[in-house]
Design a protein around this ligand. Structure first.
Ligand code: BEZ
Ligand code: FE
Length: 286
């Protein structure tokens, strides 16, 4: 047979993948079937097919060393959250993971416990105290804890010209499995929406906002690496995060504290916020 039509083309494409290595064959077969089923379900027009090709072309063209528009597309379609959920099923006592996002920096500056990582702007101070434990509640000493977050104006350091790194650092948990640092309160912020993903959000009447959060990446020998955020309770975007990353257990109480001597002995002449959160790491898969 040399003629492929609406009812036969799908099976013929699937047949052409028969000689592929098993996993690739499985993925390409399912991709073909779902892609064709999608086109059938919406009776895709030629104009829509062309618009999709142009959209994906612009998405690729928007990518650079500092911008990954395809990951942003995956994030805003919920695919990143789905892939994270499929690959990280938290055991009892383990903290839930969520998306990495584009603002992680591999070479974040190492900092001592108790350090200030804000940029010295006038913003509400935040003391973060975190305990790192295994799923049985035993402290994990020597864990590497990367933290990063948007500043009080909703920008990451890497989005500001020439300002250097701030609101990020790499800590090591102490003998009690704890880290502590001072920063300033993050606020909610829009994901970069001046490219094709932003056009998609606007065309579909979606907003680009993420609820305020602090990112954590925690690694310790013998444990699965944890990539997660802690969200600020009460944020107006918790129920509509544009990248679907919120989980109830990841909402933290950033408690309002009065001026006075803080837990770590720092004399505060104005009110500040305190986040005290316990992270559980599950054993590494063997
Ligand atoms: C972030 O939280 O940094 C982020 C995550 C996904 C897309 C854009 C930003
Ligand atoms: Fe973020």
């Amino acid at each position: 047979m040399r003629e492929w039509d609406e009812s036969t083309v799908t099976e013929e494409v699937v047949r052409r993948f028969e000689a592929a290595p098993p996993r690739l064959r499985q993925v390409m077969t399912a991709l073909t079937r779902h892609l064709h089923a999608f086109a059938r379900e919406v009776t895709l027009t030629e104009a829509e097919w062309m618009a999709a090709i142009e959209f994906l072309t612009r998405t690729g063209q928007a990518c650079s060393d500092t911008r990954q528009e395809f990951i942003l597309l995956s994030d805003t379609l919920g695919l990143s959250t789905l892939v994270d959920a499929l690959n990280h099923r938290a055991a009892p006592g383990a903290t839930r993971s969520t998306v990495l996002g584009p603002f992680f920096v591999q070479a974040a500056p190492a900092a001592e416990n108790g350090a200030r990582i804000d940029a010295g702007r006038d913003a509400q101070p935040l003391l973060v105290e975190a305990a790192i434990q295994d799923t049985a509640g035993r402290p994990i000493a020597g864990a590497t804890v990367d933290v990063w977050h948007a500043d009080s104006e909703g920008f990451y350091d890497v989005q500001r010209d020439g300002g250097g790194l701030s609101h990020r650092a790499r800590f090591t948990s102490d003998a009690e499995g704890r880290i502590r640092f001072w920063t300033d309160m993050p606020v909610s912020y829009p994901v970069p929406d001046d490219g094709p993903v932003g056009d998609m959000l606007k065309a579909t009447a979606r907003h680009p906002w993420r609820p305020a959060h602090v990112h954590f990446m925690i690694a310790a020998p013998g444990h699965e690496r944890l990539v997660t955020h802690i969200f600020v309770a009460g944020d107006p975007y918790l129920d509509s995060d544009v990248v679907f990353a919120v989980k109830d257990a990841l909402i933290g109480d950033f408690a309002a504290m009065p001026a006075g001597v803080a837990r770590d002995g720092r004399a505060m002449d104005r009110p500040y916020r305190l986040l005290d959160y316990t992270f559980g790491l599950q054993p590494a898969a063997r």
